[in-house]
Ligand binder design. Structure first.
Ligand code: PRP
Length: 211
């Protein structure tokens, strides 16, 4: 049997957009969008096998070689710093990592700043560079709720359209970094399947630039 490339895709809207890019590049696997509860979808002819995983798990599968390649947001790469190769910016899933706070917030430098976030590492690095003392409150979702209920002073989170902030009376204070979807590869897979991976990365890079 010829070699198959194992691809971890992030479940959800971003994953579907990204899959359409793979399909446009000739790596289609229509069964993937069938709504089936199956977890692994293979197109033998195209030598590709896909599986959906939680966006924050993509880098785990790729780093450990359960997937040869995968697609995840740059936010995940900043946060977990997985030992993988970053091969291409897919120029989709574009958003930014930012600090936001209620309109009325003013920072009191004599107090420890309470920061709610899913991205503890990013927040620590950002504030440590500023020399600002912080207390990180780790949450798993609906981060915007934290300052509204007094759980935190500010949040560090993804902002895409800014709608969630606006509708909750929050204001973006600083942009920490731009974020977009990245193609990543396991390091050993890249050695052993270099030709396949390079070909796919080049096609995806071209597809991304044409968008
Ligand atoms: C993300 C992010 C913000 C929102 C930003 O949440 O955490 O809440 O999207 O998008 P916007 O600027 O377009 O409003 P997600 O939908 O992933 O869910 P979560 O709250 O569970 O993290």
């Amino acid at each position: 049997m010829s070699e198959v490339l194992k691809v971890a895709l992030p479940k959800g809207r971003l994953g579907e957009k990204v899959y359409s890019m793979f399909a446009a590049c000739g790596y289609e696997c229509p069964e993937l969008l069938s709504g089936s509860r199956k977890l692994i979808f293979t197109n033998e002819e195209k030598r590709v096998s896909y599986f959906w995983v939680k966006p924050s798990d993509v880098s785990v599968y790729v780093e450990r070689g359960a997937a040869d390649i995968g697609v995840c947001g740059k936010d995940i790469l900043f946060e977990y710093e997985p030992d993988v190769y970053e091969l291409a910016d897919l120029k989709t899933g574009i958003c930014r990592m930012a600090v936001a706070a209620p309109e009325s917030f003013t920072d009191d430098l004599s107090r420890t700043l309470k920061v709610a976030t899913k991205f503890g590492h990013i927040a620590s690095e950002y504030y440590s560079d500023l020399g600002r003392d912080i207390d990180i409150i780790h949450l798993n979702g609906s981060i915007e709720l934290a300052p509204l209920l007094g759980l935190s002073d500010v949040i560090v989170d993804i902002v895409e359209t800014g709608t969630t902030l606006r509708e909750n009376g929050l204001k973006e204070r600083e942009t920490i970094a731009p974020v977009s979807a990245r193609l990543i590869s396991n390091k050993a897979s890249y050695m052993f399947k270099k030709d396949m991976i390079d070909e796919l990365a080049a096609k995806l890079g071209k597809e991304a630039s044409g968008r």
